[in-house]
Design a protein around this ligand. Structure first.
Ligand code: ZN
Ligand code: ZN
Ligand code: ZN
Length: 166
């Protein structure tokens, strides 16, 4: 028997004013790019906006499909991949390898590795901000002489909202 969850479900799993999340993410991205001296072109910004359309990771082909529809002609995959690469480099999005999809970062501008709780039912991905997880991976790796270059922790399960509905 599962213990009932009495805490507060993360924002990503609850109904909320998502336009606020989007405008905040885009505003932060603009400021960060300005500070870095890199250009958040209209396309890069639009791709970021699409990634932020929900708290569910979005695949490159979903992004392509929307762009093609808006544009009236087929958007070129390399253009979208380049925009995603840029967003990854700037730490504005994370790549969820298990889903081959992208998710907006909740705290860009802070050096961190991605750690995500991914709901197998509603597909919401909640970013964890737990430096102890990062430290544990680093420590275990270095005890084996392994140099960590990148790590994304992807934890699959059922979110509080879906648990309740189950
Ligand atoms: Zn939101
Ligand atoms: Zn992040
Ligand atoms: Zn869920």
């Amino acid at each position: 028997m599962l213990k009932p969850f009495t805490g507060k479900a993360p924002l990503a799993c609850r109904p909320h004013d998502h336009s606020h999340c989007v405008s905040q993410a885009l505003g932060t991205a603009e400021n960060l790019c300005l500070a870095q001296g890199v250009r958040l072109t209209a396309l890069r910004k639009r791709v970021l906006e699409l990634v932020w359309q929900s708290h569910k990771p979005l695949g490159a082909y979903d992004i392509l499909a929307v762009l093609s529809e808006e544009d009236g002609r087929k958007a070129a995959p390399p253009t979208v991949y380049r925009a995603l690469d840029f967003l990854l480099e700037q730490g504005l999005v994370h790549r969820i390898a298990s889903l081959n999809a992208f998710i907006g970062c909740n705290h860009p501008g802070e050096v961190h590795q991605g750690q995500f709780l991914i709901c197998r039912q509603c597909h919401a991905a909640v970013e964890l901000e737990h430096s102890a997880i990062d430290a544990a991976v680093q420590a275990s790796a270095s005890s084996l002489g392994f140099i960590v270059e990148a790590q994304t922790v992807e934890v699959l399960g059922l979110c509080a909202q879906c648990r309740e509905a189950a």
